[in-house]
Design a protein around this ligand. Structure first.
Ligand SMILES: *Cc1c(COP(=O)(O)O)cnc(C)c1O
Length: 420
């Protein structure tokens, strides 16, 4: 099984002449095409909006590409709000979905006129104090462990997010009585989900909730946000979610429930991260060591601080060894980084062609939750981020970290006087 790459060995070798490994490289054309396809699947919903989950790939160049296609930004921290602002994404182009929110974040979100999506009923007075209650507000709904229709969830009642159903009604009633005029509801309960039925079921649950809100409180919602969580086929044998089919499935529920109850128009919002950029990013690294002990190990010049999904989630990321695409996968290797951590591995017992030191490894599907989850444990510095433009040019959209970056938070002058 193979996976496509947007470059061949010759092209990548050219890039490597200019940019040393490791780095993540993103493919602009594929990101744009995929984003447009996503919007098209929802074009039946006039006010449909996708707020890209900034945490997946918090790079302003990526945000700008997506903004141009018509996406907003889903932010959940002060820095993410600032990133959106620096990319000229402001106002209702920002969905601020945070939890356990610090006061300064609400203040910034209010300053930017972002759509505020409250995570808890106690945040109503908290927001009133820090930034003030806006005229448009959303609540995050946690449906608990109850089943709604054929909707089967993990166990939302075990997680920290959102309002209970009872609290949704109490909160809406309270803000309605205080003169708030525009309301939305949000939920987010799936992660890396490849079964489109989950999203149809989530939409159905939210549409029914909109009807109930109208019936019990006489409040007409302006939008429902059905969250992110669409999965991607990390494994070559998995299949991507059929966006058109998902869009049509949600449309049918919309017609039945929303139009059927005279609640049309209602905007549908989503805040996907992974499926927007995930498949269009690659971590490029070189084999620097081979060792043969109880198992065979290939050591790369990247470590889990460049990509921690395999280490912490045991996640599969496909690997292509450049120039050896057609060779038989006769060897079994663990592919490792150089942290002093046994989970610092990109692959375990992976069938690969025979590897030589110096081989270029391309690790697939790192365009979301890849570089973003990087960290500096063991004093490891994060590599940079490159963008392969539509015209074939490559630009650096974030340089690699340097030792100076790592030391920037330390004061060695102060150290000289310390314990003298
Ligand atoms: C992480 C997150 C997302 C995006 O999830 P993906 O799996 O990347 O689609 C969306 N909304 C919220 C609130 C999140 O925390």
């Amino acid at each position: 099984m193979t996976k496509e790459l947007p470059f061949n060995k010759e092209k990548l070798d050219k890039i490597l002449e200019q940019y040393p490994t490791p780095f993540h490289i993103y493919e602009e054309k594929a990101i744009i095409e995929n984003a447009k396809r996503f919007l098209k699947a929802f074009e039946w919903n006039k006010d449909f909006k996708e707020f890209f989950a900034v945490k997946a790939t918090p790079n302003p160049f990526i945000l700008k590409i997506l903004k141009e296609v018509g996406f907003g930004a889903d932010c959940s921290s002060l820095t993410e709000l600032l990133l959106a602002e620096k990319t000229d994404i402001t106002g209702e182009e920002i969905m601020f979905t945070s939890n356990n929110t610090p006061a300064e974040e609400y203040e910034k979100a209010r300053e930017l006129n972002a759509i505020i999506n409250l995570d808890d009923i106690s945040h109503i007075p908290f927001l009133a104090e820090h930034g003030g209650i806006p005229n448009l507000i959303s609540f995050r709904y946690n449906p608990g462990s109850r089943r709604e229709g054929n909707f089967i969830m993990g166990n939302p009642s075990e997680v920290k997010y959102g309002f209970t159903k009872k609290q949704i009604f109490i909160g809406l009633k309270e803000l309605d009585s205080k003169g708030v005029q525009r309301f939305g509801l949000h939920t987010f309960i799936a992660s890396n989900q490849l079964d489109l039925q989950y999203f149809v079921d989530t939409a159905e649950m939210m549409f029914k909730l909109a009807v109930e809100v109208k019936e019990r409180l006489n409040i007409r919602l302006e939008f429902v946000n059905i969250g992110g969580g669409i999965g991607i086929p990390y494994h070559p044998e998995e299949e991507a979610v059929d966006l058109e089919l998902m869009g049509r499935g949600i449309k049918l529920k919309y017609e039945e429930i929303i139009k059927g109850n005279n609640l049309h128009p209602l905007a549908v919002y989503m805040e996907c991260g992974r499926m927007i950029t995930g498949p269009y990013g690659y971590l490029v690294s070189k084999a620097i060591h081979k060792k043969d002990i109880y198992k065979k190990h290939i050591g790369l010049d990247a470590s889990m601080n460049d990509l921690m999904r395999p280490g912490i989630y045991d996640a599969y990321h496909h690997i292509t060894v450049m120039g050896k695409e057609e060779e038989a996968k006769t060897e079994t290797y663990d592919v490792t980084g150089s942290l002093c951590e046994s989970i610092d591995r990109f692959a375990v017992d992976r069938k690969l062609p025979k590897i030589d030191v110096g081989d270029t490894f391309v690790i697939h599907d790192t365009g979301a939750h890849g570089h973003a989850m990087g960290f500096n444990y063991n004093g490891k510095l994060r590599g940079g981020e490159l963008l392969l433009r539509e015209d074939g040019q490559v630009i650096e959209i974030r340089r690699a970290e340097t030792v100076e970056d790592y030391f920037r938070t330390l004061d060695f002058e102060k150290l000289k006087k310390f314990k003298q």
